[in-house]
Design a protein around this ligand. Structure first.
Ligand code: ADQ
Length: 723
């Protein structure tokens, strides 16, 4: 197992200082428990913020450092201003509400972004300092969305995973954020990006398409010359530990006490961090509604709401706390009696034993967040019910609802519906309760936190890491070889290599500078130039016909190697299929605004550069499937290109021009080809041994050299003239 470097905002520890001294204790959270095994077994490190240690003395701080080192933790200390701006500010007041669809809570002024970015960079620096080749890095959560890309820049070959613990919202929500593009590019530095549910993966893929025009194929997306994988890994809990806890004699005794008190009353339970995403007010109103409309339940129902204080430094949380306090008071005022009150509200943290006892004692568990990435409380409740009793009422907007279909699912915005669900849960017969709980428990026990860690890390280990990348310096090596060659044969693609893409094919005519460059190259001593393009021969002739260069049109179907000679077609190519394919492309063009059909002598192309990105990509996929099905064995090939679906006669490809051009070539001639898309890969593949292939872009390529787009291509070619 490779060494695991875990990176999260908080270290899984608590620093406690008292008169005795200072101690660092492990915290018990789900993440900490699940990752402890792999972290220790792999001899890895956990890097994160240990909490505020600024009030400690020098000696105490030294002791904290030593204890952290003993736990294989590396602290990243945050200043008070970083805590307030990176953590409470950008993370918790911008990204948290955004990912939970609450964009109105985002402050009007975007003043914390810079600090968020800086702290993410500090994290990446610290991780890079501890990285050793072969390590696996796993970054956690929304506070660190830029870390993967910062790490990729520092460690191009590292294996990096990222897991997003909160929802990833619809692209319509996500794109309302000013720094949306940077955040998404930040995540794409990882090799594997994990979410809790498929819905979040789907939202992320449509965000990639909308913001960056990147198409995901099944679970993969190409970005910056690398392949990034996406996946759904629903997080589980340490179900065994919870079950064991729930069976401990002391816990059972506490359960008995809870139940004794509620012999006359049913116990309904809520357990949450006090967070505005958890839906506590609506839940309280649902309880109130039930009491209001069904007087029979008054005095027979005890709702215990445990809320652990959370993010108390953020103003919205203080306001939320007041709202909850007020609602509790109102309901108790209305429906309480001298002897009891319907709502018992406990604003404090409970330890796991106390929680387990409450879970096991409850008749109904209300987990009704308005949005929640997963929600582990729902799973803890099931694990704590070896008696196969208790009813889980679960919000359909919690990630957990995808897995826990045997819960009573509710829409937390529908208060009346929640009151109905609560009543149904209270009245559910024992047999149904048992059947549901049995299924729930089977799921929670099988897909526990260890499964989650294992499946994420296995997938991450299986991702290919980047082969050592050919850095731009590679193009210089190529240039040196070309300069020194006695004779040079240049095979150059046109669109995307010599000129940038234009919105319409006819708008990409050569500029004066390009014509001059090609003219001078073609007359350079010992040099011959051939343009190998997908364009029709008429266009090439009109644009480049006056130059002393060879022209090859429509991916090699037509060639005119010497100026002034007639164009010749490849032998044995049929085009009768065009009459059948043309109407299909036209039908697709007519229903997709902005799409257009281009006809060449041996091919037809369906362009969608100007179509809405998502719609265009979807229609292109459908078109390819349709053509593939109907013409599976025909004399044609369907090729996906850059915003184009091309249908052409089978057997025609740019590689076919290489043989005739190089035939009888003088010994000692160096062949160099330059191109930017898939069709140029055929050209590269057909080059003679020892040739040079230069890919002009960031795609996967068989070329040994890489430059960045037409501007750099022109620089390389110009340098041949000056050297
Ligand atoms: P949270 O929003 O914190 O986590 P959740 O998944 O429910 O939500 O985890 C809460 C944890 O805190 C549970 O382990 C629970 O036992 C504990 N807890 C809750 N109330 C408590 C109390 N009063 N006293 C003591 N402990 C209490 C984020 C995302 C979730 C996602 C997790 C994990 O918001 O959607 O499930 O990360 O990815």
């Amino acid at each position: 197992m490779s060494r695991l470097l875990l990176v999260s905002n908080r270290l899984p520890v608590t620093v406690k200082a008292d008169k005795e001294g200072v101690s660092v204790v492990r915290s018990a959270g789900g993440l900490a428990t699940g990752l402890r095994g792999p972290h220790e077994r792999s001899g890895g490190l956990w890097i994160g913020w240990p909490g505020d240690v600024s009030r400690l003395t020098e000696a105490q701080r030294a002791s904290v450092e030593a204890q952290l080192a003993g736990l294989r933790c590396v602290p990243l200390h945050l200043s008070a201003s970083e805590v307030s701006r990176y953590y409470e500010g950008y993370s918790n007041q911008v990204l948290w509400p955004l990912c939970h669809y609450l964009i109105d809570r985002i402050p009007r002024q975007d003043r914390d972004w810079d600090v968020y970015r800086k702290v993410n960079e500090r994290f990446a620096d610290l991780v890079a300092r501890h990285y050793q080749p072969g390590d696996t890095i796993w970054v956690h959560d929304y506070q660190l969305m830029l870390v993967p890309a910062f790490l990729r820049a520092r460690l191009p070959q590292a294996r990096i995973g990222y897991f997003h613990h909160i929802p990833f919202p619809s692209s319509e929500i996500f794109r309302s954020l000013p720094h949306r593009g940077e955040l998404v590019r930040g995540l794409l530095g990882a090799d594997l990006i994990g979410f809790h549910t498929f819905a979040y993966v789907r939202h992320f893929t449509s965000t990639l398409m909308r913001l960056l025009g990147l198409e995901t194929v099944v679970d993969r997306v190409d970005h910056d010359g690398r392949e990034v994988r996406l996946g759904a890994f629903p997080m589980g809990i340490d179900a065994r530990a919870f079950e064991d806890l729930a069976n401990e004699p002391a816990v059972l005794e506490e359960v008995r006490v809870h139940r004794e008190k509620s012999s006359e009353q049913r116990l309904v339970l809520g357990v949450d961090r006090l967070d505005y995403t958890k839906g506590i007010p609506r839940r309280l109103v649902a309880v109130q509604r039930l009491l209001e409309r069904e007087p029979a339940w008054r005095g027979r129902l005890r709702f215990v709401q445990v809320a652990v204080p959370s993010r108390t430094g953020v103003a919205d949380y203080a306001a939320y706390r007041e709202k909850v306090d007020e609602l509790v008071g109102r309901i108790n005022g209305l429906y309480g009696s001298v002897h009891n009150v319907p709502v018992h509200y406990l604003y404090r943290s409970f330890n796991e034993r106390q929680l387990a006892a409450l879970y096991r004692a409850a008749d109904v568990m209300l987990v009704t967040p308005i949005r929640d990435g997963m929600n582990l409380v729902a799973k803890e409740f099931c694990a704590a019910r070896p008696d196969e009793d208790g009813v889980l009422v679960l919000s359909e907007f919690a990630g957990a609802a995808d897995e826990l279909a045997d819960a009573v699912l509710v829409n937390p915005y529908d208060v009346e519906g929640m009151a109905d669900a609560l009543e149904a849960a209270l009245e559910m017969p024992r047999e149904e309760r048992r059947a549901r709980m049995r299924h729930l428990r089977a799921r929670v026990k099988e897909y526990d936190v260890h499964w989650w860690v294992g499946s994420f890390l296995d997938t991450l280990q299986a991702t290919p890491t980047l082969p050592p990348r050919v850095e731009p310096a590679g193009a210089e090596v190529a240039l040196e070889r070309m300069r020194k060659a006695e004779r040079l044969l240049l095979l150059i693609d046109y669109d995307g290599t010599l000129v940038p893409f234009a919105p319409r094919p006819e708008l990409a005519a050569p500029d004066a500078e390009l014509l001059d460059l090609l003219q001078r190259l073609a007359t350079r001593p010992g040099t011959r130039v051939h343009i190998v393009s997908g364009r029709p021969r008429e266009t090439l002739e009109a644009w480049l016909g006056a130059l002393p260069v060879g022209l090859h049109a429509e991916h090699g179907l037509w060639s005119r190697p010497v100026p002034g000679q007639p164009w010749k077609a490849l032998e044995g190519v049929t085009t009768d299929w065009k009459a059948l394919v043309r109407p299909v492309l036209e039908a697709f063009a007519s229903r997709v605004p902005g799409a257009l059909v281009e006809e060449k002598s041996a091919s037809l192309a369906w362009h969608y550069r100007q179509v809405d990105r998502v719609f265009g990509a979807r229609q292109a996929r459908e078109l390819r499937l349709h053509l593939g099905e109907v013409f599976a064995q025909g004399p044609l090939e369907v090729l996906p290109g850059d915003k184009v679906v091309e249908v052409r006669a089978r057997g025609v490809n740019k590689g076919r021009v290489v043989g005739p051009i190089t035939e009888g070539m003088a010994p000692g001639t160096l062949v160099a080809a330059l191109g930017d898309d898939r069709t140029d890969e055929d050209l590269f593949a057909a080059l003679p041994e020892g040739s040079i292939a230069i890919h002009a872009g960031g795609k996967d390529t068989r070329a040994g050299y890489r430059v960045n787009g037409p501007t750099e291509v022109r620089q390389v070619l110009s340098a041949l003239l000056t050297g």
